[in-house]
Design a protein around this ligand. Structure first.
Ligand code: FAD
Length: 414
């Protein structure tokens, strides 16, 4: 079979794939993205963090997101709000410790992902929609992919470097036996889009609202408003917490929303736009993130948990880290992908991991709702909530676990 040749092939045109491709074509590389779906397509993960915008800027895509935000009903976002049994607190991302942009958007991912993919295409990447990668051979010097188009026609492509940005498709982890269990227990989420009809003037549409279940502190809800009167709403818990017979997914989500008095009140006039969907067991990990002639980006590598909206930020950080290294590799330079890609990427991921673990153990909830928090410390926490989890000048990044433990103790004993 005659093989087509590319410098780089990217599996998946989601945020990680589109941004990595845009960065590489801007460096003059011949890049092909293979995407099994047609865009726009639904994806979960709608609340971005300001750190994302810095990576979009590097890829030349920040401007297009800012320009199209109003027409695509992207909601201006400047922070995160938390509610638990009558206590409300909010973090203003413009008052963060780290330098960098302090605002971003809450986006309908179908439109956002298409915008980024179109941007990568405009920059020079070739995208084939409806083309699914079914097999890879990375044991040869130049990876070979076996692809199937929508007519069922199979063909092969060869590249010098392969990027797996296939998200929950996890193409290389499955094919190369790289999967390893996540440290987190299996959790499940039920979610949908609503016409929210919120008329409470004190409700701040510029922030994601995270609400803790009044009885079970490990169950939580998100409410992510968009700019057109619609919102994304979801609940997260362990599957056995959703075991009662609720009939349908719609009824289950409705029942859980009614269990939270503040959400019940806020969403009293809300109407469903789509049937409620569910996703289970999304936390995932891999044995390694690279293999010399390939690397895993975004969710194709590790996925933690939705609670702090870190998914797209990590996906874009992975793209931002890998692109210059692949460029060097294609120039024939020696590149240590473990030291220069996996290790730095994991630093920020592990910082988020500390937050997520502490959230479910309850310590982070104590920190968030602690009334007398030192302002400087609050700015440092705020920075990480804004996605700046790789800023080593922030002590809560540099020594996240140790610092966190101390802070939890302070908040619990005072
Ligand atoms: P994706 O966006 O999943 O893109 C992967 C692409 O690869 C897809 O388009 C897919 O069709 C394609 N693909 C897959 N297999 C193949 C194949 N074999 N051949 C060709 N193409 C293929 N993140 C946030 O930042 N904010 C949030 O608020 C948030 N909320 C979340 C809520 C829940 C319940 C969950 C589970 C996740 C949430 N996330 C959130 C995480 C977010 O969804 C992901 O981290 C993000 O979409 C990862 O981007 P990606 O580019 O790695 O992959």
């Amino acid at each position: 079979m005659k093989k087509e040749q590319y410098d780089v092939v990217v599996i998946g045109a989601g945020p990680a794939g589109a941004v990595a491709a845009a960065m590489l074509v801007r460096k003059g590389r011949k890049v092909l993205i293979l995407e099994k779906m047609h865009f726009p397509r639904f994806s979960i993960g709608e609340s971005l963090l300001p750190q994302c915008m810095e990576f979009l800027r590097e890829a030349g895509l920040e401007g297009t997101v800012d320009q199209h935000a109003a027409s695509l009903a992207f909601q201006y976002k400047d922070g995160a709000a938390f509610y638990k049994s009558g206590a409300y607190t909010e973090f203003d991302f413009t008052k963060k410790f780290s330098k960098g942009r302090g605002t971003t958007f809450q986006v309908k991912r179908a439109d956002f992902d298409k915008l980024l993919a179109d941007g990568a295409e405009k920059a020079g990447a070739e995208i084939r929609y409806g083309h699914q990668v079914n097999d890879v051979d990375v044991k040869v010097q130049q990876p070979i992919l076996t692809v199937e188009n929508e007519d069922g026609v199979a063909y092969q492509v060869e590249c010098k470097f392969l990027l797996d940005a296939s998200g929950f498709g996890r193409v290389l982890p499955r094919l190369l036996d790289l999967e390893t269990p996540s440290n987190f227990p299996i959790r499940q989420s039920y979610f949908t889009h609503i016409k929210d009809n919120i008329d409470d003037p004190s409700f701040d549409r510029n922030k994601i609202l995270i609400t803790v279940h009044p009885k079970h502190s490990d169950i939580w809800y998100w409410l992510i408003p968009f700019d057109d009167g619609t919102a994304s709403v979801g609940v997260v818990g362990e599957p056995e917490q959703f075991n009662d017979d609720y009939g349908s997914n719609d009824e289950l989500l409705n029942a859980f929303l009614r269990q939270s008095p503040n959400l019940e009140k806020l969403l009293a006039n809300a109407t469903l736009i789509n049937p409620v969907r569910t996703i289970k067991g999304y936390s995932a990990n891999v044995k390694r993130l690279q293999g010399g002639n390939f690397a895993l980006l975004g969710n194709a590598g590790e996925f933690l948990d939705p609670v702090f909206s870190s998914g797209v930020t990590i996906a874009l950080k992975s793209a931002s880290l890998i692109a210059p290294l692949v460029d060097k590799y294609l120039d024939g330079e020696q590149v240590d992908f473990e030291a220069d890609y996996s290790t730095p990427l994991k630093k920020g991921v592990n910082c988020f991991k500390t937050f997520v673990t502490a959230w479910y153990e309850g310590g982070f909830q104590d920190i968030i709702f602690y009334q007398d928090q030192d302002e400087k410390i609050r700015e440092m926490i705020c920075s990480i909530l804004a996605g700046y989890a790789w800023d080593e000048e922030n002590p809560y990044v540099a020594q996240s676990e140790r610092r966190f433990k101390v802070l939890v103790d302070i908040c619990r004993t005072e």
